[in-house]
Design a protein around this ligand. Structure first.
Ligand code: MOS
Length: 749
């Protein structure tokens, strides 16, 4: 199904099942331990052996010698795989460093060997007997020190590396009120509960991998590329995933090494990355340095806005897209953004929840708070005053390749700029301010005390773009009138099983209990996958498309020739006639498959999601300990397919935002080039007890431009802006403006 015009009213709009706050259908399995994670799939292949990954102990350089003889002779050892004996390997599209390193070492804890043994303990023990000599080389590990060497990146998603509209320099210099500040965000880790893990088994030249991966089709392709196999020879299964956050978008060492280990040991092999290996072996969110300049009139209209960002990655890597929201969140006739990438020899950088906006909003939304204060304007009002219903920095009009900055004048022709399909930022801010009690906030910093604490309130906008990605599904009606949905979509804890079942139930007119959903298998139709907050809207739209076909099939089979069929209560109805759904499958089940594809409409409008975050903190005046006391998020994200799972996603994102604000910090050893705090004791994330009260409000919105579901992403929107709202609340509480995340107590004293 091609989606190319705004969605008409359709069967989803009945909202009998879709839109209901239903419990997750996989919830009981998950909470009782019956949903097996990759490493626990003992039953899928007999005689599984254990692989233990050895990581490099230098960040850059060469292996000069590697002695595996003692390990090979150790008790229980079946094989030792290294780059020397693994045979020729390719590289996946999505990996920057190779997944099995040597002799060249590209980053600390890059995998250099896999020991396969009868038991995990034997594999771990033998791994200690491998003797590796390295010739370390000098590396670059410090973003601040490499800032001046940073260059325009070649690979960048979301637009050109530089944009310019109007005359930023002139307008900024002429502005009545100006802000020019630099903010930093640290390297961050996904720190999901379930580590990367895989079981691999060969059947002749066919490979089966049970793994934990967000994007099944990418995984299949990259495993095939790495092992130089035809993709048809590889099958990937990942039905249950214990968190991803972007860390499992791409195939990692566990999958490739399990396959190589299984080939060498001639047995199925399972490999999990140990927790200490996770932080330096897999990608992380890169640190950023961000300079923001805002010029405004005394009445608080932005006249110039500029955002420059620096981040680092390995050679051939990608930058953080921190400037992306600044291109379109606030009005202003004169604007510029630049993105620069430094080559760093740290572990590879890549996507983590809302890559780009998550870090960009951490900086921009403090800058907006600072600017509001300079203008003596309420920060909610300042944002409202600079709302824009068209894209002020339309990529089509930007002059990224124009070094002179002679971009076309932005004045007077705003009708050429694309409109947002929906943009309810102002409504989110107003409703949130009202529900949060913003009007009773004391704008004077460090002057509100309660319960012996300094109390502060902060606000930030939320913004994240809404991407659309084609997505397929297969649906089946059996003789009992039950529906089965198969798609390679994944559920990383988000509720995919549930919203997909809701979609099929709504379309086919059956209770949700009559729908079974199977996910995460490369033998199913290729879906959008779980990424970039597009999975919910796009995967259900794919199911919608397949159900439209199945409905047609059923209509034909039952001899209806009307187009106005109603599917309800397990029956198909038209005119006066009503037939049980099961009738259609009496002679054999009916199967339909389709893929939703998004045409030009996706480009005609700018699709983004909006929100507002409000935070109250209490700061101990003696110890400077910071506690979040309550949080509110208001989200405008299109139709909410399931308010319960969506709320859980936003609560989780808000919690992650508090982590980014107050705790999370991969500490770089700038001599040796690795993240020092590579375990969950040293890398702190918030827990339930850290935030006593969180609330989420969804605006009643449908977006017919996004898909037939009229839904949009929400799970990444939820993190964007949170950290700045916390930092702004800390400023309001203490009068100390911290521009270097995380906002830890030492920065307040
Ligand atoms: Mo998301 S960072 O695309 O899993």
């Amino acid at each position: 199904m091609k989606f190319d015009t705004p969605a008409e009213p359709n069967a989803i709009d009945q909202l009998k099942v879709v839109g209901q706050p239903l419990d997750r259908i996989d919830g009981p399995m998950k909470t009782t331990g019956r949903a097996p994670y990759a490493y626990e799939r003992h039953d899928v292949a007999p005689n599984q052996a254990y692989g233990y990954v050895v990581g490099s102990t230098i960040a850059k350089g060469k292996i000069t010698s590697m002695d595996i003889a003692r390990a090979q002779a150790a008790p229980g050892v079946l094989a030792v795989v290294t780059a020397q004996n693994a045979g020729p390997l390719g590289k996946g599209d999505m990996n920057t460093a190779t997944l099995l390193g040597g002799p060249e070492i590209e980053h600390y804890h890059q995998a250099v060997a896999l020991v396969v043994a009868e038991t995990f303990e034997q594999a771990r023990d033998a791994a200690q007997a491998i003797r590796i000599d390295y010739a370390p080389a000098d590396g670059a590990y410090d973003l601040a020190a490499s800032r001046d060497k940073a260059a325009k990146p070649e690979k960048l998603t979301g637009g050109p590396p530089d944009t310019a509209v109007g005359d930023f320099d002139g307008a900024f210099a002429a502005s009545e009120v100006r802000l020019d500040e630099t903010y930093t965000t640290p390297d961050e880790a996904h720190a999901m509960m379930e580590p990367h893990a895989s079981i691999a088994a060969w059947n002749g030249d066919e490979l089966m991998v049970w793994t934990s991966n967000q994007m099944i089709a990418w995984a299949r392709k990259d495993i095939a590329k790495t092992l130089k196999l035809a993709p048809e020879k590889v099958r990937v299964s990942s039905p249950f995933i214990g968190g991803g956050f972007g860390g499992k978008l791409f195939v990692r060492a566990d999958a490739v090494l399990a396959a190589l280990g299984a080939r060498a040991a001639k047995r199925p092999v399972k490999v999990a990355l140990t927790r200490p290996l996770m932080f330096n072996n897999t990608p992380h969110r890169p640190a950023t340095i961000q300079r923001i300049r805002i010029g405004a009139s005394r009445e608080g209209r932005i006249t110039a806005i500029g955002h420059e960002s620096w981040s680092g990655d390995l050679e051939d890597g990608k930058p953080d897209g921190a400037v992306s929201q600044t291109r379109m969140l606030y009005a202003g006739e004169n604007r510029m953004t630049t993105t620069r990438l430094a080559v760093l020899d740290l572990p590879e950088a890549n996507a983590m929840r809302a890559p780009g906006e998550a870090t960009g909003m951490m900086a921009l939304e403090i800058a907006m708070d600072e600017m509001a204060e300079k203008l003596r304007l309420d920060p909610v009002e300042f944002r409202i005053r600079n709302d824009t219903q068209v894209v002020p920095d339309d990529p089509g009009r930007a002059s990224g390749s124009d070094p002179q900055g002679k971009a076309p004048s932005a004045g007077g022709d705003s009708n050429q700029r694309r409109a947002f399909s929906q943009r309810k930022l102002v409504e989110c801010l107003r409703l949130g301010a009202d529900k949060f009690g913003w009007s009773s906030r004391n704008p004077q910093p460090a002057s509100t005390r309660q319960d012996g604490l300094l109390i502060g309130h902060g606000v930030a906008a939320a913004f994240r773009n809404n991407q659309v990605v084609k997505s397929g599904a297969r649906v089946r009606l059996d003789a009992r009138g039950a529906i089965q949905v198969d798609t390679d979509m994944t559920d990383i804890g988000t509720g995919s099983y549930t919203i997909i079942a809701q979609t099929a139930a709504e379309m086919m007119g059956v209770p949700i209990g009559r729908v079974t959903v199977r996910l995460g298998d490369s033998s199913f139709p290729v879906s959008a996958g779980s990424g970039g907050q597009f999975g919910g809207n796009c995967s259900t739209a794919g199911v919608y498309a397949a159900c439209v076909k199945l409905r047609e099939e059923i209509g034909r089979k039952l001899g209806f020739n009307a187009a106005d069929l109603v599917f309800a209560d397990g029956e198909v109805r038209s005119g006066g006639r009503s037939v049980p759904l099961a009738e259609a499958a009496r002679d054999g089940e009916l199967v339909a498959e389709d893929t939703i594809e998004f045409g030009a409409i996706a480009k005609k409008y700018q699709q983004s999601t909006f929100g507002a975050h409000f935070v109250e903190v209490g700061v101990d005046p003696f110890t400077a300990e910071i506690r979040v006391r309550r949080m509110l998020a208001v989200c405008a994200s299109g139709r909410i397919l399931n308010p319960k799972t969506a709320r859980s996603q936003v609560i989780g994102a808000m919690t992650m935002g508090v982590g980014a604000a107050l705790m999370e910090d991969l500490v770089v050893d700038k001599r040796a080039g690795f993240f020092v705090n590579h375990d969950l004791a040293g890398y702190e994330v918030p827990v339930h007890a850290d935030i006593p009260h969180q609330d989420v409000i969804f605006l009643d919105e449908t977006d017919p431009v996004s898909s037939p579901m009229k839904a949009k992403g929400v799970a990444e929107l939820g993190i964007c802006g949170v950290a700045a709202a916390v930092a702004n609340a800390v400023y309001n509480a203490t009068g100390v403006r911290v521009r270097d995340y995380p906002v830890t107590l030492d920065k307040l004293i």
